[in-house]
Design a protein around this ligand. Structure first.
Ligand code: PTJ
Length: 260
């Protein structure tokens, strides 16, 4: 039996996870979520969400499939075209990719807004501080001076000059009715969710079925490449993206293990 067939029993630091472990990325992700819970950033339910995501990722081959790469390119183009893009951050996103979200926001001129299902002032502040520690200058979501019509839970609370005013919103890692409610408000949504059947993915104009730890850096890579593109080129990339085909390709990959 290989030394690395099981996870190290206890890991205090991400650095202790052997990089040649066959499930390295999954172990790092799990560790970041645990750390997030310990720091008061991630809700305990975030662990269930991560487990669900991890199972889908295993079936999809723990790689960015071609249809996800196309979605990530279309997402980059859509963010660059937007008048007011906003990237929504919950407790899992903050634990997994805080620096990458700050970098993407900078690259496409987007706002970052904390929006939580299990909203408490302590978690809101902990996440905002965590994003600031990773270089964010302005973090929205704390004012909560507007709301998303048609929602009766905490995710309805948004900033008037943030998500409420946005034309394009990136909604990662939440399966729920907010995506539908935001679409009702006329917003264009980009969703990141490893479950192609989740309500958010099904509603999104651009559903990205990929692990967020791969998706955000890849959207950023595309955004950098497309920085000099004309508005026409960006519009063509968005128009050429076929959301139904992308969802079908992801579901096929998961059901059939058709990874080629
Ligand atoms: O921080 P809060 O209070 O806003 O709560 C956030 C959670 C994540 C707990 C809440 O949004 C939740 O319960 O989400 P769900 O309903 O479990 O949905 C999360 C979705 O994200 C599921 O469809 C998972 O498959 C997917 N997912 C989980 N981890 C990843 C992922 N998708 C991409 N990358 C991941 N790493």
């Amino acid at each position: 039996m290989s030394d690395h067939e099981t996870a190290p029993a206890e890991v205090d630091d991400e650095e202790e996870i052997p990089t040649d472990h066959p499930r390295y990325q999954d172990l790092v992700t799990r560790h970041r979520i645990e750390e997030g819970v310990r720091k008061g950033i991630t809700h305990l339910q975030g662990m269930h969400a991560e487990g669900r995501g991890s199972a889908f990722d295993y079936l999809i081959g723990e790689e960015t499939i071609p249809s996800a790469d196309e979605a990530e390119r279309a997402a980059a183009a859509q963010l660059l075209l937007a008048d007011h893009p906003v990237l929504s951050v919950n407790g899992n996103v903050a634990a997994l990719v805080p620096g990458e979200m700050v970098e993407l926001a900078d690259a496409v001129g987007a706002d970052l807004e904390v929006n939580l299902f299990n909203r408490t002032p302590e978690r809101m502040n902990a996440i905002a501080d965590h994003l600031r520690e990773h270089g964010a200058e302005d973090v929205k979501g704390l004012d909560a001076d507007a709301h998303v019509p048609g929602l009766d839970h905490e995710r309805a609370k948004v900033d008037a000059d943030g998500i409420h005013d946005a034309d394009v919103v990136l909604v990662p890692l939440e399966d729920g009715d907010r995506a539908e409610a935001l679409a009702e408000m006329g917003k264009t949504e980009i969703v990141i969710d490893l479950n192609p059947l989740s309500r958010s993915a099904q509603t999104a104009a651009i559903p990205i079925v990929d692990n967020i730890v791969r998706a955000i850096p890849n959207v950023m890579r595309h955004a950098r490449e497309l920085k000099g593109a004309t508005e026409d080129e960006l519009r063509r990339i968005v128009a050429a993206f076929d959301r139904e085909a992308a969802l079908e390709a992801a579901e096929r990959a998961i059901r059939q293990g058709d990874l080629d």
